[in-house]
Design a protein around this ligand. Structure first.
Ligand code: ADP
Ligand code: ADP
Length: 232
């Protein structure tokens, strides 16, 4: 489903060059929940942002199905991005828009009809359990509810991949668990491939099938969670 080959990303700022990713190779299967764990500065954000080309890799390739994301023109990239949802640590909701409008936003960009949008937004609200909150604004919701809106918005365009960038790091342990349960539920229901980055072992152990440990821009280890973490 996702194949990352020899991925290198360097950042150059004025005098300094930082190698954030130094030859990453990963194979993520369809329908898997794949976790990437590492310390702060290990390269996790850079790696996940290279999957949907929010960062342009320096070299190497990122295949989603039979498309090399690094070789797409602007138009083709926009089309591919609809198939890739993303959720964020700080939710990234539009504060001046209602919950309904936040979820409708990516659908309006696709110029769907009003009635189609309405049907889709309502289905998403139900999926994440926020039907009663449609007319509220983000500031009126708890952190966990805001992340549910983030998930609903990310799934509205029917992606086959969901990228989660420290999606539970701003939440308390109980809320974290309910969001992880929702992600697991969505994975099982929709067959969605989920890639998540985290610095928390607990997140990996509670829902991931496979894990890669990233350290200094290199994959130190990868495999099924039980094999990687239960080794002597
Ligand atoms: P993580 O998500 O694991 O904390 P990052 O991918 O954010 O790691 O960062 C990896 C390395 O790349 C760090 O040394 C960081 O300082 C550097 N880095 C990340 N983004 C940029 C950027 N936009 N410009 C320069 N250096 C960056
Ligand atoms: P997080 O811990 O949430 O990954 P980071 O501190 O890694 O946050 O990065 C926050 C933002 O700052 C990102 O957009 C990242 O690309 C950028 N960034 C990180 N390190 C640097 C750096 N050394 N120079 C410039 N920008 C950076």
């Amino acid at each position: 489903m996702i194949t990352i080959k020899n991925l290198v990303k360097t950042y150059t700022t004025r005098s300094k060059t930082t190698t954030a990713l130094n030859g990453i190779n990963l194979e993520i299967g369809k329908g898997e929940i794949f976790g990437i764990i590492g310390h702060s500065g290990a390269g996790k954000s850079t790696l996940i942002r290279c999957i949907n080309m929010l960062e342009q890799p320096t070299s190497g390739s990122v295949w989603i199905g039979d498309t090399d994301m690094t070789r797409l023109g602007k138009r083709q990239l926009q089309r591919q991005r609809r198939r890739i949802g993303m959720i964020f640590q700080h939710f990234n909701l539009l504060s001046s828009a209602t919950i309904y409008d936040n979820i409708a936003f990516p659908l309006r960009l696709e110029r769907m009809s009003r009635s189609e949008i309405d049907r889709k937004v309502k289905a998403m609200l139900e999926l994440v359990g926020l039907t009663e909150h449609a007319t509220k604004y983000p500031a009126q919701l708890s952190g966990g509810q805001k992340q549910r809106v983030g998930i609903a918005r990310a799934l509205a365009t029917d992606p086959n991949v969901l990228l989660c960038d420290e999606a539970t790091s701003a939440l308390d342990p109980q809320t974290t668990d309910s969001i992880l349960r929702l992600l697991l539920d969505i994975n099982r229901k929709l067959g969605l491939t989920i890639v998540l980055i985290t610095h928390e072992m607990h997140v990996i152990q509670s829902i991931c099938d496979k894990v890669a440990v990233i350290n200094d821009g290199i994959i130190a280890e990868q495999g099924p969670v039980i094999e990687v973490f239960l080794k002597p």
